[in-house]
Design a protein around this ligand. Structure first.
Ligand SMILES: [Zn+2]
Length: 214
């Protein structure tokens, strides 16, 4: 008992927080452990993990998890290297950033589009970096609400922006293939910071702009 508790502690000890990000870890994903766990799931389901069709499944699923959770060891702040443009203080927006993520409650995918707008305060980043930031945060066990606010907070704090607005529209496999089984339904979340938060008229304007259908 004491031995296993100690073992657990030393494993947890390897987990190191990076920066202010409470989720980011530099602990590498344990491939062999994932393979063994997926094999266990198959056995628990009453399947034969050694039959031909399932033989490579644990390894395949482990590699898939390594890919879809690769954001656990990536620091999205690395995309913030700013380009300085003293004069520009108008809104910059990027709409329809496609992403996929994994719901942390069911380990099922949720996929959709993120829309981002910010008003810089002398520092801007390349527009493609916005998509990279979304991707890093999405490739973790996530909930849509947190994904939305993490993107907003990083741009607000990391760039010192005057205002940030993020809208995410996504459909969740855990809503469509199980539970209430409502295919076609989309969840919409938004996060506003700075001047978009302070001024209700500006907030409504940016939120409807971001959700506009072309
Ligand atoms: Zn879910």
């Amino acid at each position: 008992m004491a031995k296993s508790a100690k073992k657990k502690r030393s494993r947890a000890g390897k987990r190191r927080r990076v920066g202010g990000d409470p989720i980011l870890t530099v602990r590498p994903i344990d491939h062999d452990r994932l393979v063994a766990a997926v094999r266990e799931v198959l056995i628990a389901l009453g399947e034969d993990p050694d039959r031909e069709g399932l033989l490579d499944t644990p390894d395949r699923v482990a590699r898939m998890y390594e890919e879809v959770f690769s954001g656990l060891s990536e620091d999205p702040a690395r995309h913030l290297e700013p380009i300085f443009h003293e004069g520009y203080d108008e809104m910059i927006a990027l709409r329809d950033i496609a992403f996929y993520s994994m719901c942390e409650h069911h380990l099922l995918p949720f996929t959709g589009r993120a829309h981002i707008a910010y008003v810089p305060n002398g520092r801007i980043i390349g527009i493609s970096k916005l998509a990279r930031i979304v991707e890093d945060f999405a490739r973790r066990p996530q909930v849509q609400e947190r994904l939305t606010s993490q993107i907003a907070d990083l741009l607000m704090d990391g760039l010192g922006a005057k205002g940030v607005a993020v809208v995410i529209e996504a459909s969740h496999a855990c809503m469509t293939i199980r539970g209430v089984k409502k295919p076609g339904s989309e969840m919409v979340t938004s996060a506003v910071r700075g001047l978009f938060k302070r001024n209700p008229a500006t907030r409504n304007e940016v939120l409807s702009f971001l959700q506009q259908r072309l």
